[in-house]
Write a protein of this length. Sequence first.
Length: 250
Amino acid sequence: MSPSALRRVALLALVAVTAVTGVATGALVEVDNVVLRADGGFQPQTLPRQRYAPIEFHGRIDISGRRGREVPPLQQALIDFDRDGRLSVAGLPTCAPDSIDDASPAQARSRCRGAIVGTGSIAAKIAREGGAVQARSALTVFNGPRTAGLPTVVLHARLGPETHAILVPIEPRRGGFRYRARLDVPPIAGGAGAITHVDVEIGRRYRAAGRDRSYVSARCSDNILETHGRFTFADGTIIDGLVEKFCRSE
């Protein structure tokens, strides 16, 4: 990719939960032909300062083209999670991608019920002769098998006639972020499709080895939990930046 084809814009830290009202505001960024809106949050908002406590979190992304133009396909998403977050998969069942790559959303959830860690929805715009059509699907996040020693999730959806079961590795990080999830988006409808919406809620409490566990936990050591995202599109656009959420310390 030539330098002239590479365009970057920071997604500023505009998503926040106010200390009094709990009202969330969303981040909006526009660059060239891409309009991206992001929002999210977690519960509970009051967390211990030192120890980790179970949480559930949700996120939403909407992507559109400016002035009615076509949306460029999303090719990759890198999501980094705050140092004060923690993932637990010990004793949690796993779901292999090839066990659900022919399944409908309902069938996938039935086959790998014990491995579900999140649910949501996804939509894509598919260009066709006579006009674009919208394809929508339930989205399921499964705890995936370890790959090269790393935990993974499997994202499952059926957009039109295509079923996608995508393995997403979760890598440890250093510094301000503990984990990075890397999603390489496969071509949708032979490259004619572009993701326009994703929403997901993630959280799972379970019992293993005689202990109560939570798939995701967090603490509030500095009153802020950050998520960093880097989104790469087929037209060369890259959107990179932070979303912050305030938390309260117990």
